[in-house]
Design a binder for this molecule. Structure first.
Ligand SMILES: C[S@@+](CC[C@H](N)C(=O)[O-])C[C@H]1O[C@@H](n2cnc3c(N)ncnc32)[C@H](O)[C@@H]1O
Length: 316
């Protein structure tokens, strides 16, 4: 019944306003040395997310209501949530079942990774300059869709496009389906269960966009506790993190239309990609809001280097 060894009833007698609880939560989070990497990057913003959720107020209102007092019932709800964040080291998104991606709201739970890919920025920019207003992608594959965040954001950005949302995990696809329905996109975004490309033989796309599992074993071993609540198959992918990426690179060309493009996130495993494929001219994309390790290859480049992609996949 304690948050960092502080008595609940003493707390509710001493702290009264939303601002009081935000300050308190921030101090507790800092003392508990929590890790922030799932939508916020500091204790203060994490506190705002959780305190405002506990009292059913939108985060955007926080400054206007700092001085508003809470009822005892609300204080206890806030303390309980702060307590769970600390003792269970759960990402805030799993406590609130909510994440934002590309400016859109998504339902999330422990069946899917918390959306945080820098690919959001590319979607918001309509994948310019790879695609233009005159030549938008008409068929899009979100490979390894998880919550469906990339597929859904693409569908909203390109309302004329057909979007396939593919994942191996039935659990993830169940969450993706919730989000597809919440966004009213059941006609436009189709969930597909498949192990990489095996379930979509004969299908081809203008854009394959993917945030696959790519964390290498060293990084998996060093993951903060918060990440251990995420699905294992969403993170690690072999010793150098490239097991799935090798497969994608070996097979993507045969699922791309002429002038098609593959966009793939590999994060810190960029270094392994460059070691395994030294002769391939990957275009590494840059981000204004942070993020790294996302490359672009055209169908022509994938075809030109197909021998090297096939060899790297078959030798593994
Ligand atoms: C890094 S998560 C990305 C989720 C989502 N696209 C995002 O950006 O938040 C990777 C996803 O790949 C899925 N996955 C893992 N292995 C797979 C495979 N062999 N074929 C298809 N999907 C796979 C996992 O279930 C997980 O949902």
């Amino acid at each position: 019944m304690k948050v960092n060894e502080v008595d609940y009833s003493a707390l509710t007698n001493e702290l009264h306003t939303i601002g009081d609880y935000l300050r308190f939560a921030t101090s507790e989070f800092n003392q508990a040395e929590l890790y922030f990497g799932h939508g916020t990057n500091n204790a203060w913003h994490e506190a705002i997310t959780l305190v405002m959720f506990a009292v059913s107020l939108p985060v955007e209102l926080s400054e206007q209501v700092f001085n508003c007092r809470l009822t005892v019932h609300e204080k206890l709800a806030v303390i309980a949530l702060i307590n769970r964040r600390i003792t269970e080291q759960l990402p805030a998104a799993y406590l609130t079942n909510h994440a934002q991606f590309a400016g859109l709201p998504f339902y999330v739970d422990e069946r899917v990774l918390v959306p945080r890919s820098p690919i959001a920025e590319l979607i918001e920019q309509h994948f310019s300059p790879m695609f233009t207003a005159d030549t938008p992608p008409q068929r899009i594959l979100d490979l390894c869709t998880g919550s469906g965040c990339i597929a859904i954001a693409c569908a909203v950005t390109f309302p004329e496009a057909e979007v396939d949302a593919l994942d191996l995990s039935v659990d993830a696809l169940t969450v993706a389906q919730i989000n597809i329905e919440n966004h009213g996109l059941t006609e436009q975004v189709i969930p597909i269960q498949s192990d990489v490309f095996t379930g979509i033989q004969g299908q081809s796309y203008d854009l394959i966009v993917t945030n696959p599992p790519y964390v290498d074993q060293d990084d998996v071993d060093a993951l903060p506790q918060e990440y251990l609540h995420e699905p294992v198959m969403g993170l690690g992918s072999g010793f150098d993190g490239l097991d799935i990426v090798r497969e994608i690179l070996a097979q993507a060309a045969s699922h791309l239309n002429d002038n098609g493009v593959l966009i793939c996130e590999v994060g810190n495993s960029q270094i392994h990609v460059e070691q395994v494929y030294p002769e391939v001219p990957f275009t590494w994309l840059t981000f204004e809001r942070g993020g790294h390790g996302v490359f672009m290859l055209t169908k022509d480049q994938l075809t030109q280097h197909s021998n090297c992609f096939t060899q790297a996949f078959e030798q593994k």
